[in-house]
Design a protein around this ligand. Sequence first.
Ligand SMILES: [Fe+2]
Length: 237
Amino acid sequence: MPRIDVHNHFLPAIDDGCRTFEDSLTCVRTMMAHGYDRFFLTPHMGAKEFGTLTPALLRRAVARFRRRMAQEGVSAVFRAGGELRLSPRILEWNDRSAVPTYGGNTSYCLVDLWEPDWPPWADAAMAWLQERGLTVILAHPERMKCLQDDPGFIEVLARRGILFQGNFGPLGGSESDAIRLLAERFLRDGRYFLLGSDCHRPEHLPTRLAGLQRALELVGSATLETLTTTNAAQLWV
Ligand SMILES: [Fe+2]
């Protein structure tokens, strides 16, 4: 079954991902050669350093991207996603319309958090999202310092209904050995609901593809299919 990439920065010149459309083409074509035929485009959102990209602006950018990919003869399918930076500002929003969801039509949202610890406002922000009917998927927990210090904290988060998306990068050696080992542990323990590339640009491709291969070695093809196809298909509706 073809795979769905649930996390990447292939939309060009919009965040710290691909700089040009040619970079995007290289990334998409390489991923397609490794079994992917659907892509959620998930630029950073809600993070001060990346401006004020809204779900409406993202929809238009994805539509343009789709047209250009079709002109290049790319058969893959693209949908909007978004990687929402968790911050206290979320608590000031009036409603969930500013929250990017997978496909723009589901109740699943991808969030990241870059604090060294788990701040009290993170609980409030998670609750704010969940109280509005959203299922929160926390991106790359293996990269979070609070979980590196205390891997057992992931159980506390899981009990709150939070799902987890692991990155192929750490599994493929893009970061420290400690982060790789934590990613392997979470993968073996069945903590991940999804695995994604979080690929930003062509230079990232080798470690992401090595991570895909490593995941296959660690958990086998059936589990890998669950994490890259079956579960991802719940978001692709
Ligand atoms: Fe990302």
